[in-house]
Design a protein around this ligand. Structure first.
Ligand code: FPP
Length: 228
């Protein structure tokens, strides 16, 4: 659909503040955020987004209290259990990006099962980043290419991000898809992630549709070779 980003990446920030505003424990914000993530996925698939990458847990999030980390790992596992049928019904392929070796083995098993059982789905590709660090992913990719004596490929990792959305009012990338965001349009909104609505997403897409993406050229229309 015109104006809809081919690849949307979302930094789902503000769960803790959402809970604090209600004098609730942080985990309630994450639980509510998981519901919002589910609605966001369905809405993006409806609108025709091809790739959606969600930042669910950064490699720096291990610094959080053990109880919060444990809650998030359990939430990811139960979310996978509950969402698998819906993903398949909606034609959504799931991939998990990030390190797997530090995750609970039961969660990794569920991730692998969900990936295998949605592998044939083609309507939208959902990537959930868990224990993800863009710098670490790049270091690993560089090391792999060097070890194999290959040329550095032009686009070795994920498809380029068209639009990066961060909720929660902060304006930073937090080690997310640094390479892939080379020409991403950036959208920062104040809504805390659990409060994000489909109308907010529509408004962000409408703004994205009005942007003139020149990719370093002079205008977005193809320039005839040799024109003065
Ligand atoms: C950042 O908010 C959010 C996280 C670290 C967790 C993100 C997880 C979810 C939205 C739920 C699960 C998602 C899926 C796809 C199953 P924060 O805790 O840093 O919020 P704060 O800045 O207000 O403290």
């Amino acid at each position: 659909m015109k104006g809809v980003p081919g690849h949307l990446a979302v930094i789902m920030d503000g769960n803790g503040r959402w809970a604090a505003k209600r004098a609730r424990p942080r985990w309630m914000g994450h639980a509510r955020g998981a519901q919002t993530a589910r609605e966001l996925v369905a809405h993006c698939a409806r609108l025709g987004v091809q790739h959606l990458t969600l930042y669910a847990f950064s490699s720096d999030n291990w610094k959080r209290p053990r109880e919060e980390v444990g809650f998030l790992m359990d939430l990811f596992a139960s979310h996978l259990d509950r969402q698998l049928a819906e993903l398949r019904a909606n034609g959504i392929r799931l991939s998990i990006v990030g390190r797997r070796d530090r995750l609970p083995p039961a969660l990794v098993a569920k991730m692998e099962e969900a990936e295998a059982r949605t592998a044939q789905c083609t309507r939208m590709h959902l990537r959930v980043a868990i224990d993800y660090s863009s710098k670490a992913a790049l270091q690993e990719a560089f090391a792999r290419v060097q070890a194999e004596g290959r040329e550095w490929p032009a686009d070795p990792l994920l498809p380029n991000v068209d639009l990066l959305l961060r909720t929660g009012g902060e304006r930073r990338l937090s080690d997310f898809l640094l390479w892939e965001c080379a020409y991403a349009e950036l959208a920062f909104i104040d809504a805390l992630f659990p409060d994000l609505t489909t109308a907010d997403v529509d408004a962000v897409f409408a703004d994205f549709a009005r942007r003139d993406r020149r990719f370093g050229g002079l205008n977005s229309a193809p320039v005839p070779v040799g024109s003065a």
